[in-house]
Design a protein around this ligand. Structure first.
Ligand code: NDP
Length: 454
């Protein structure tokens, strides 16, 4: 008789949990996965996927306008928000059923209820007490909002994805990934957008040139960015909301959305009973193999608050399955993780920012700003920016950054080059594909010395 009911119990059926569970089952492990919400997790149900569908929908607004310069007479296309939301929801249902099928086909038992740990090998769920050789915590995170008077009037990205109608004026508090993405969606689809950020600029942590360029492009599109601006309280009325700003000013809006960060989902999990430590922010503490302070328990994805991106969670989950069930210990590599912000225009980046690179070495910086060809006849006043950060001593390209159409698609390819430690000379030796925006990355010649932030 086996010593445990399962070889692996995974709590959380999001990207990381599902990948680890399916791989473990493929390696012969007996696996159960538990979730009390929709199968697919944040990315598929409340994040990347529905957001990207709305971003694609929003792009048509510009496309119809730009087509005129190329001879099209598109008439007056109408936009229906409920249709977009209904179609998006249908796609999410399809994806959820795909996830269920993938788990079933892999032989993973799916338990749809709330789990809690009773010990390092024991999980309680749906009135059952289950015993596992290993437990994987992959419970993700949730949006957090500051506790100010009237905060109950504000929505988060969860609700923004399912609004019954598009409001006339949206106030978005925060300047991170989610805030700039939703600002772009709402603005393109016809709402007036005011972003309220407490810092001098959006997208803290990104390269300064990226932050500056994107903020400028968003403002050109009509988005108002209120900088160094702190909301003290929110008042609700029949016609909308009033946000009282520190210093006496006020902003009125029909909808208030907060995108002020996310926190790990650890409440009620019974981590203490199992000997799993968390850090000051509530994230599960793990080592390079995603192992927690309880040796039989691992954790991956947003609940560990390392790099909160879907492909990272998937890779962490895969590494755990390799380590535990394929006799192949894999330490997750968190270096040079590319990422994109699906703003309008989008941002994508891989490697170090100029400020980060300049802190430890002398670097040279190459920048190209240009008007993409599509906008010459289209008439749109939108610029693209590309930037390379190069280590002066070794010639290695340490960072690639871009703001402009197709940036995520372009940077994905360059991420391979950065991961392979390509040099600027190798970028230069690569021929461009003409005429494209991407070719700029292999033709940049004017350099300036790098500088640290501040
Ligand atoms: P971020 O951490 O990216 O940004 C939070 C923003 O809220 C910052 O601008 C921050 O300001 C501001 N903020 C924080 N607290 C307050 C406060 N009390 N009052 C006012 N402003 C505040 O969080 P998001 O919610 O945008 O996204 C969460 C994570 O989800 C991201 O970090 C990313 O990992 C992931 N994500 C990735 C996406 C992608 O890959 N395309 C898309 C969406 C999310 P300040 O800069 O001053 O700290």
């Amino acid at each position: 008789m086996p010593a445990h009911d399962f070889d692996l119990i995974t709590i959380g059926a999001g990207s990381g949990g599902v990948r680890a569970s399916r791989m473990a089952a493929r390696y012969g492990a007996r696996v159960a996965i538990i979730d009390h919400d929709r199968i697919g997790g944040t990315c598929v149900m409340r994040g990347c996927v529905p957001k990207k569908l709305l971003v694609i929908g929003a792009h048509f607004a510009d496309a119809f306008e730009d087509a005129r310069g190329f001879g099209w007479e598109p008439g007056r296309p109408g936009f229906d928000w409920p249709t977009l939301i209904a179609n998006k929801n249908r796609e999410l249902e399809r994806l959820e059923s795909v996830y269920r099928k993938l788990l079933g086909d892999s032989g993973v038992e799916l338990i749809e209820d709330t789990a809690s740990l009773k010990g390092p090998h024991t999980v309680e769920v749906a009135g059952r007490t289950l015993d596992a050789a290993h437990v994987l915590i992959a419970t993700g995170g949730h949006p957090v909002m500051p506790r100010i008077p009237g905060i109950e009037h504000a929505i988060t990205s969860n609700e923004a994805l399912d609004l019954a109608r598009l409001p006339d004026h949206v106030a978005i508090v925060g300047g991170g990934y989610i805030a700039v993405e939703f600002a772009g969606i709402f603005n393109a689809l016809g709402a007036r957008v005011t972003m309220i950020i407490r810092a001098p600029n959006i997208l803290r942590g990104f390269d300064e040139e990226v932050r500056h360029t994107l903020a400028g492009e968003m403002e050109k599109k009509g988005i108002t960015i209120r900088r160094e601006c702190v909301v003290e309280s929110i008042d609700g009325g029949a016609g909308g909301y009033r946000l009282d700003i520190e210093g006496g000013d006020a902003i009125e809006a029909g909808l208030v959305m907060y995108a002020t960060g996310r926190a790990p989902n650890t409440g009620g999990l019974g981590l203490t009973a199992a000997g799993v430590e968390t850090d000051g922010g509530g994230a599960v503490v793990v080592d390079g193999f995603s192992r927690t302070t309880a040796p039989s328990i691992y954790a991956v994805g947003d609940v560990t608050d390392r790099i909160n991106l879907t492909p990272v969670a998937i890779a962490e989950g895969a590494a755990v399955a390799e380590t535990l069930f394929n006799g192949n210990p894999v330490r997750m590599d968190h270096d040079d993780v590319p990422s994109a912000v699906f703003s309008q225009p989008p941002v994508a980046t891989v490697g170090l920012t100029e400020a980060e690179a300049s802190e430890w070495n002398e670097v040279d910086v190459y920048i190209s700003r240009f008007r993409p060809m599509k906008h010459t006849l289209g008439g749109r006043d939108e610029m693209a920016m590309m930037k390379l950060v190069v280590d002066r001593a070794t010639d290695r390209v340490l960072g690639c950054h871009m703001v402009g159409e197709e940036a995520p698609e372009i940077i994905q390819g360059l991420a391979v080059a950065v991961k392979c430690r390509a040099t600027k000379a190798q970028f230069d030796a690569t021929l461009g594909i003409h005429p494209t925006s991407a070719e700029e990355f292999v033709t940049m010649s004017e350099k300036r010395p790098g500088r640290t932030a501040g």
